[in-house]
Ligand binder design. Structure first.
Ligand code: PLP
Length: 221
């Protein structure tokens, strides 16, 4: 428990140092604590230490543990960072404050429909498959700018930023630079990039939020 809170402080310190190193204002990068696979009991001390922004990669898992935590911490902000199926759009809209993985027409359409139906508008990011990996979710870089425009024009979706997960075995810098370039072209402000192994690099490349799991909670099974 204490180890988790200690690691949270270390990550916060490293974010501040990376912001300073990049000449960016302190607090300009949001920490999304990735709590996937960890239960409510493990997450509680992190909430106790003031962390309010969390990321989960599965809709079902998040529905199981977050509603009760939200009753105790109404100001928390939950991000969906895993792939979304269109048949889960209703649950995703009901459960999350930010959905970072909009990546195709079918999802955009399903989210727009559910947002209208539920009268709830989570903030949205488009996920870009910067490494063009066959097994990875995300729209291809060449299609990203047009897709953001299409989400706005055809579905009335306000896309706030772009998100990427660089290929595990590659130098992430060029992927972060590509996401930044696409965001400027698409005229979106936010960049969700950087995980436990590379969040300091991502901050140097302009990340506005980093998604950090194992560096806080420890290695997952
Ligand atoms: C699990 C996950 C993370 C966090 O990964 P760590 O390496 O544990 O920090 C970040 N982003 C996404 C999309 C994830 O699925």
């Amino acid at each position: 428990m204490t180890a988790i809170v200690d690691r949270l402080s270390e990550v916060r310190g490293a974010i501040l140092a990376a912001e300073a190193g990049a000449g960016r204002a302190p607090g300009s990068v949001a920490l999304v604590a990735v709590s996937k696979t960890y239960d409510a009991e493990t997450i509680l001390p992190v909430l106790g230490a003031g962390q309010r922004v969390f990321g989960e990669n599965r809709v079902q898992e998040a529905m199981g543990k977050w509603p009760a935590l939200r009753e105790r911490f109404p100001d928390l902000e939950l991000h969906l960072i895993g792939p979304l199926q269109s048949n889960k759009a209703a649950e995703a809209i009901a459960t999350f404050d930010v959905i970072e993985t909009v990546d195709r027409e079918k999802i955009a359409k399903a989210l727009a429909f559910e947002m209208e139906k539920q009268g709830k508008r989570p903030r949205l990011y488009v996920q870009v498959n910067t490494g063009e990996e066959a097994q990875k979710a995300g729209i291809l870089p060449a299609e990203a700018v047009a897709f953001v425009a299409h989400c706005r024009e055809a579905h009335g979706l306000a896309i706030e930023g772009l998100m990427c997960i660089p290929p595990a075995e590659e130098n992430p810098g060029p992927h972060f630079a590509l996401l930044d370039k696409l965001a400027k072209e698409a005229e979106v402000e936010k960049l969700s990039m950087g995980m436990s192994g590379d969040y300091e690099t991502a901050i140097a490349f302009g990340a506005t939020s980093v998604r950090v799991g194992s560096a806080i909670f420890g290695a997952r099974e």
